[in-house]
Write a protein that binds this ligand. Sequence first.
Ligand SMILES: Cc1cc2nc3c(=O)[nH]c(=O)nc-3n(C[C@H](O)[C@H](O)[C@H](O)COP(=O)(O)OP(=O)(O)OC[C@H]3O[C@@H](n4cnc5c(N)ncnc54)[C@H](O)[C@@H]3O)c2cc1C
Length: 299
Amino acid sequence: MMAAATELTVEGEIRCNEPMSRHTSWRVGGPAETFFVPASVDDLSYFLAELDADTPIFWHGVGSNLLVRDGGLPGVVISAAKALRNLERADDDSVTAGAGVPCTQLARQCIRWGLGPSEFFAGIPGTVGGALAMNAGAHGGETWERVASVRTIDRDGQVHRRKPADYAVAYRSVQGPDNEWFLEATFHFDADVTPSMEGMKTLLERRKTTQPLGLPSCGSVFRNPPGDYSARLIETAGLKGHRIGGAEVSTKHANFIVNRGDATASDIEALIEHVRLTVLEVHGVSLQHEVRIVGEALQ
Ligand SMILES: Cc1cc2nc3c(=O)[nH]c(=O)nc-3n(C[C@H](O)[C@H](O)[C@H](O)COP(=O)(O)OP(=O)(O)OC[C@H]3O[C@@H](n4cnc5c(N)ncnc54)[C@H](O)[C@@H]3O)c2cc1C
């Protein structure tokens, strides 16, 4: 029998009207109708199998690439980051990491095991699941260059093992089977590349000098167009420091929009669109969002 999310008996936690501003790095966003934190994969599987087939599902990592509109998200937000924290060595040069493992933890553990190149994962302030969904990358490395296989779960709670060939992967873009989400990945590293904590720290220090890390943001708002940088196009269009409400184009890195403290999702979305239209007008380049914009506008 199918059931609405709040009627299900689960081991994990179900919260109603959970403000997504608590779960996004921009610190904005309206409520999730239902916010589910499963206790385990079995709990998640049971929940999905019993859930009403019409209920929208949105999967959440830690919200470091998400703009949730002020009206919030209908249906169920699944926040599995706490349940999927397994991290183990699969063999001499492979590691299996749960979708909830922070990328920084993956980087540090791989460095301890002497498996590289892995330092770049430390530059991604999200989860392994978010990195798989985004093909996140930093400092010349990309998530899917390292993927040997993934385990996924579908809307019916069935678990699958899949290969990279099952996905169309490109720069910050991953297309796979519909209605399936990542539970874990096995990453393959190069036996002859030795990573170092010093190398990782140098990369992180470089970020501190070039990115506005003290203010809420979601990292780069736009993907880089072929052969150019969005930050360069935005800066030369005169947009650094431009504000709408509490949202501001960072004066430190033009492809970042920061929340100066009182921004709404609507301020941020309006500023994103203003930047997009201005760059189109000035440079004739149509920038594509890297950030995922989801949910409903406030009525
Ligand atoms: C300061 C800062 C710097 C950043 N620098 C970089 C950078 O250098 N490189 C880079 O690539 N990104 C960067 N980002 C963006 C962000 O960290 C990455 O996109 C990251 O991979 C998002 O992970 P997340 O867990 O926060 O995912 P979320 O933001 O929660 O979700 C992002 C997308 O992934 C989907 N998703 C999440 N988990 C799963 C899952 N298990 N299965 C299926 N879909 C899932 C969501 O539905 C959503 O569509 C930065 C962000 C910030 C705030």
